[in-house]
Design a protein around this ligand. Sequence first.
Ligand SMILES: [Cu+2]
Length: 480
Amino acid sequence: VNFNYNTATDSRGLTLYCFTTPDGKESPTLHLNPGDTLVVNVTNRLPVPAQGSSMLLTTNLSAVCGDAYIDPSSVNMHFHGTNTSPACHSDEVIHTLINSGETFSYTLVIPPDEPPGLYWYHPHVHGLAEAAVLGGASGAIEVNGIQNVVPSVAGLPERFIVIRDQVLPDGSPDPGGTVPSWDLSVNYSQILYPAEVPPTVAMRPGEKQLWRVVNASADTILQLQLLYNNVLQPIQVVALDGVPVSSLNGTSQAITYNEGSLMLPPAGRVEFIITGPGTTVNTALLRTMTVNAGPDGDNDPQRNLLYITRSATAPEPNLTVPAVTTAVTTQRFSGLATATPVTTRQIYFSEDNPNSQFFITVQGATPTLFNANLPPAIVAKQGTVEDWVISNRTLENHEFHMHQIHFLLLERDGVPVSPNQQQMLDTIDIPFWSGNPKQAYHTVKVRMDFRGPDTGDFVYHCHILEHEDLGMMAIIRVIP
Ligand SMILES: [Cu+2]
């Protein structure tokens, strides 16, 4: 696929960014098979930045990937959630820079055992990521074959739903109450404060569809609910963060479960079976509930995301999940729950809030703002698994994201999670600290799987991209 990276200013003065194809598709969904090689040629069509705005990214010239200098036009691509190589020209984000006028080629090898499900792509230049993603430069990636692990979705019409956030225009009231920190959009259909009119989708009465939802927000935490006649409907979860749920049970078959309300952090994905409104339903909608992100956090109020209307002649989605084809024989991450970790690491989020400094630190080390010259904060060995306990010492939520591998959620606040919550994820919310010294920090315990083929340097960070841009990221090195 050939992508141009473009910018524009909309009628309200907001700066937009987009990956477009030569025939004009905006951030199209990419459909890949396990084992495929994806070649993406990215040409940066942003205007040449002002002279004097560029600086050398790193003093380690052997690490240069693409351009050596970072400037306001710099972009790169992260293939979020894919279990792919962190090498240059693959899913490398620490040093990869594509500047105005330059073309750079990615060759991403999707492993044959990549879990079938929903992934996404977005720019990941440290310091510029939030603006690019708020501007809209993100798209979905499907790794085909979910029906082979979740046979109940075979033959279902499917919809890809990309939820993004964006800046409110100048002159908007300060966030608080019903005023959001960010506006939302669904498949680029804007839900603008204060009217916040969501788009509408029609379904045939009682029809089942597979909805594949990515929270491609830079900063906004979602809490999804489905309501018919103001009554919560079960969301039948089939996959989280690209991995069919509870599928690492030896049978390679997922065990779906129902949620009434589902938190989807920035970068999170949920795939679920929706049963369309029946003939007695007058109002049907997908919404996000208010998320309390803490006293220092953004304001993420309740908003309707999608109205669902019922029509016997509703047009079907363009895509249908294929019939079951091949039995899955090898699964990434199998045996992780019973593997013995070689170490348990303690990691924490902290802030110097008045100075807008954000940190992620291994306990005992000195909090350090991210830069591309940093040595790895963690060195792990290929072939091992490790347990990480991640805590939040701040007055706002953070969203821990691991590049290159997924992790298994084991515990929250020291207590084992329920079997339904014990899933493979690549991004997880850790709630804010109350500020009361008598109350403990919230924690999660996750199991990292370094048994895969990928070695080298990559990152972990908070996926509220404002925090990542302001320093809340660090490097891990996996050595052979
Ligand atoms: Cu954060």
